[in-house]
Ligand binder design. Structure first.
Ligand SMILES: [Zn+2]
Length: 400
């Protein structure tokens, strides 16, 4: 970092430089005084950029939060949306300081000029992140259900690498991202929306594990789409009534964070805010592309149908009566074998875990459980014993 008159250290972020290739482009800001010498994005298609200022706000969050995590100020050598600048100074940064004192031990000052970001004349409709997970596909279905004339009708989708494709640090991030991008590309083609695949090094700038600041990580990349769309709809992970300021998962604070990110050119919204996982499962049951492309697994490029996330999504689909339509993306035989003990797991831990509470409530409300709740619980405990024995014998056990 650079010392400024021996008072406050700062990092300096130079103006973004755009490099166009045939259809794709890269854009990067050189940085002085930080742990890395640049922030960069690569996008596989041009959203219609007329001048680099239209996408400059993509660099603001990684630069400012990267500086704040290191206890220094951020000097941005280019104009920032004045709405975003005001929100950062008056609300977002003070909120992050209180919410994540371990990530941001000191306040930071932003030195930058504010500018009004005029909306692009060609921008229209909404974009959303397309990961092909349950939240993502529910948002897609919701936006596709809007009338064709609606100002927020889905016009584009995006697939971001913002540090979320290597949850176990296996070193396989590039291959997982690439494999997932193939599925996402096929899904986008099926629903007939242009897809923007964005790679970046923002993971090196946002502190903490992905879940803690995922809303801000993904939003930084979303600014690259401002020349093409007027709105970015962020698929919500939890319903709006579960809103709270969680330090562990920014999804719980989306309804607070997203409005603070809006600029004059691009506004942020929460997708399907009034749906929990059961409501989303019901919604995607009517989306043919979901039956071929739903991808929820944390560990593998295709659904393993064994991990907790895969089982949780299969159970939600089964509760609403559409699981049999998802035989192309899940191993339904494996679910049938695990179903009883997994239901027991859900019932046992529902009081402590919000996502399981939704499932348990839905099973009760729909009569899915019948009279056999105690049998499922017993099977879960037997499954636990089986796992302990297999570990003792050094036999393989599922990641659960
Ligand atoms: Zn899985």
């Amino acid at each position: 970092m650079i010392a400024c008159n021996s008072v406050r250290p700062f990092i300096k972020i130079h103006p973004p430089v755009l490099e166009r290739r045939r259809d794709s482009f890269s854009v990067q800001c050189r940085v002085d005084g930080a742990h890395a010498d640049c922030i960069w994005f690569e996008v596989d298609r041009d959203p219609g950029i007329l001048k680099v200022e239209q996408i400059a706000d993509a660099f603001v969050l990684p630069a400012v939060l990267g500086a704040m995590a290191r206890g220094c100020d951020a000097h941005l050598d280019f104009a920032v949306s004045e709405s975003l600048l005001l929100s950062l100074r008056t609300a977002l940064l003070p909120l992050l300081l209180r919410l994540h004192p371990d990530l941001f031990p000191h306040a930071t000052e932003i030195r930058a000029e504010g500018a009004i970001r005029l909306p692009s004349p060609t921008a229209h409709g909404s974009a959303t992140g397309l990961s092909c997970g349950l939240d993502s596909l529910a948002t897609i279905a919701d936006l596709l259900n809007l009338p064709a004339s609606h100002s927020m009708r889905l016009a584009a989708a995006a697939f971001f690498d913002a540090g979320n494709h290597d949850p176990l640090h296996t070193g396989e991030a590039p291959s997982l991202f690439t494999a997932r991008a193939v599925n996402v590309g096929a899904c986008a083609a099926e629903i007939k929306v242009p897809l923007f695949v964005v790679r970046s090094n923002v993971d090196a700038w946002f502190p903490g594990v992905f879940a803690r600041l995922h809303t801000l990580r993904n939003a930084s990349a979303a600014f690259l789409l401002a020349p093409s769309v007027r709105h970015f709809v962020y698929a919500n992970g939890v319903p709006v009534w579960a809103t709270r300021l969680s330090s562990a998962d920014s999804a719980y604070a989306d309804s607070v964070l997203l409005p603070l990110l809006s600029t004059e050119a691009l506004t942020f919204h929460s997708g399907t805010p009034a749906l929990d996982s059961i409501g989303k499962a019901r919604l995607i049951g009517d989306l043919p592309a979901a039956r071929r492309h739903l991808n929820v697994c944390l560990y593998e490029a295709h659904n393993c149908s064994r991990c907790e996330k895969c089982l949780r999504r299969m159970l939600a689909l089964d509760v609403v009566g559409v699981l049999q339509q998802f035989g192309d993306v899940f191993d339904l035989g494996r679910f049938a074998r695990a179903r009883s003990w997994y239901i027991g797991y859900v019932l046992t831990y529902a009081p402590r875990k919000e996502p399981l509470r939704e499932l348990a409530s839905a099973m009760q409300a729909t009569g899915y459980l019948g009279q056999w709740g105690f049998v499922h619980r017993a099977r879960w405990w037997l499954e636990r014993v089986r796992g302990v024995v297999r570990r003792r014998l050094r036999l393989p056990v599922d990641k659960f």
